[in-house]
Design a protein around this ligand. Structure first.
Ligand code: FAD
Length: 466
């Protein structure tokens, strides 16, 4: 079923309505009702009489932060590849988000800096900018319009499997045990999912886990955004590989309720921006002046911090023994260095891969290997961009294998050229925004253009506000 990774990626990432027969399921159960779970539920609603989401948190309580998603107070960029899939699964999603206060930021109002140098405008991409609770609340509102989707507030506690397939889910709701028979179960319980342990204790294979240490420290704060149009709606400042390795980057973005969300990131023991004074000082003195202007506005609330130790993937595709009628999506499968902003968009693409699988008349009484192959293309693509970059930083001293060094050199060449050449920047952004597969960067035209542009004179860095 899987052809070249680039072609498969393009098919999954399409913006076209899905075609092909429905899988004709009775009940599909999704464990975890966050972004990945809700998008899987949206796809399953086309294939099942009833879709049941079992979510630990009481999500009816409103769209604010909640216990099950402790990262939700941190900045969450929605990549263009993710917003395209949200629009595909919930037509009108972008317009409804903008009507609710989100910003739709055109290319000329997106500022990107490398070592303080402003990059040229690249792809013709409009970024949908809002907070994580807003986006999650918007998805939930759209999803719960579907008559065959319902939510049980409860904690999933285990699976029942017959000889070859999952048959039911066990859960606890308000202290009472429950059991729900299922024709298909999707794990969307996030990074801390217990699925691997459940599988192992029932005699199935436990998926191997790959971890790449990141040790990233986040600090996020909100500032009041004065009325009117501002020169920039989003900004990102990152260091090139030549500067301090512990500097992660900084971001600000216009979000709902007339606020800016602003973030600084650092690695290891470096925790920039973790107090209000430190964040405001660094925004004014270390970053290009638009950051200083944001920090001159009034801070709303406190700085919140978050530490993530590693990027992590569970390779279900490498298991020999898996039950049929079971899948996993989102962070339960792979979670990345958050600075690359890939999590929600990966989750959306997993859902689209699920749709492709279910519409291919699969044999649901066999392990879902065709789904795993499709999903692996998405996971590998995101991993190649984020975790490989992190690993490259870590292994610089250990001399990685020759083919990795060559691939890294091409990526470095493209990153350098993307600062001054808009066509190279467009190709680079389409990949980092998860619209296209990373292998498209190795196209001779892109590499040639990057080679020619590598020595373009760099503009002067934008000075801080001071
Ligand atoms: C600091 C930080 C910044 C990030 N920034 C970005 C960004 O800029 N852009 C981006 O796209 N992504 C970002 N991410 C990643 C993003 O948060 C996730 O990828 C995204 O939330 C999708 O995750 P998910 O739905 O798979 O899991 P989660 O969002 O983690 O949700 C898991 C859900 O499962 C529920 N659950 C868990 N166990 C059970 C159980 N036993 N029974 C029932 N329910 C259960 C939880 O309550 C929760 O609702 C960031 C992550 C971090 C840590």
């Amino acid at each position: 079923m899987v052809s070249s990774p680039a072609k498969t990626f393009a098919e999954i990432a399409s913006n076209q309505p899905p075609t092909g027969p429905s899988a004709g399921l009775g009940t599909a159960i999704v464990l975890g009702g966050s972004v990945a779970g809700m998008l899987a539920a949206r796809v399953l609603a086309d294939h099942a009489d009833t879709v049941v989401i079992i979510e630990r948190d009481d999500t009816a309580a409103g769209a604010g932060g909640r216990r099950g998603v402790p990262q939700s107070s941190q900045v969450h960029a929605l990549l263009s590849g993710g917003s395209r899939q949200l629009e595909r699964w919930f037509p009108g999603f972008i317009a409804r988000s903008v009507a609710g206060g989100a910003s739709l930021v055109p290319p000329e109002r997106q500022a990107q800096y490398v070592d303080g140098v402003r990059k040229v405008i690249g792809a013709d991409i409009r970024l949908l900018s809002a907070t994580r609770p807003f986006l999650e609340g918007r998805i939930r509102a759209d999803l719960l319009e579907l008559p065959n989707v319902k939510v049980i507030t409860g904690q999933a506690t285990g699976l029942e499997t017959g000889e070859t397939a999952v048959t039911a889910v066990r859960y606890e709701s308000a202290g009472t045990p429950g059991r729900e028979p299922a024709d298909l179960v999707v794990d969307a319980m996030g990074r801390a999912s217990r699925l691997s342990a459940w599988l192992e204790s029932a005699g199935w294979d436990r998926p191997p886990v790959v971890r790449v240490p990141t040790g990233i420290n986040y600090a996020t704060a909100y500032f009041r955004r004065p009325p009117g149009e501002h020169p920039y709606g989003t900004a990102l400042a990152i260091p090139s590989n030549t500067l301090r390795k512990d500097v992660g980057g900084a971001v600000f973005a216009a979000v709902e309720d007339d606020r800016w969300i602003a973030m600084m990131g650092g690695y290891g023991d470096f925790r920039p921006g973790s107090t209000a004074e430190d964040m405001i000082h660094r925004f004014r003195t270390e970053l290009p002046s638009p950051f200083g202007h944001v920090a001159a506005d009034e801070m709303v609330g406190d700085v919140t911090t978050y530490h993530q130790a590693d990027s992590r993937r569970r390779d279900f595709w490498a298991c020999d023994r898996l039950p049929a009628r079971l899948l996993a999506v989102g962070d339960a499968v792979a979670s990345f260095n958050p600075l690359y902003g890939q999590g929600m968009s990966s989750a959306a693409l997993h859902a689209s891969a699920l749709s492709m699988f279910l519409r291919s008349s699969p044999d649901l009484d066999a392990p879902a290997r065709d789904f795993l192959a499709l999903q692996r293309v998405i996971v590998d693509a995101a991993w190649q961009i984020s975790a490989s970059g992190d690993r490259a930083g870590q292994e610089a001293a250990d001399r990685p294998p020759a083919h990795d060094r060559l691939a890294r050199r091409i990526v470095d060449l493209i990153i350098q050229a993307s600062i001054t050449d808009s066509a190279v920047n467009a190709a680079f952004q389409e990949v980092t925004q998860m619209l296209r597969h990373p292998s498209t960067l190795a196209a001779p035209g892109v590499v040639w253009r990057a080679w020619r542009a590598r020595k373009n004179p760099l503009p002067a860095p934008s000075p801080p506000l001071g």
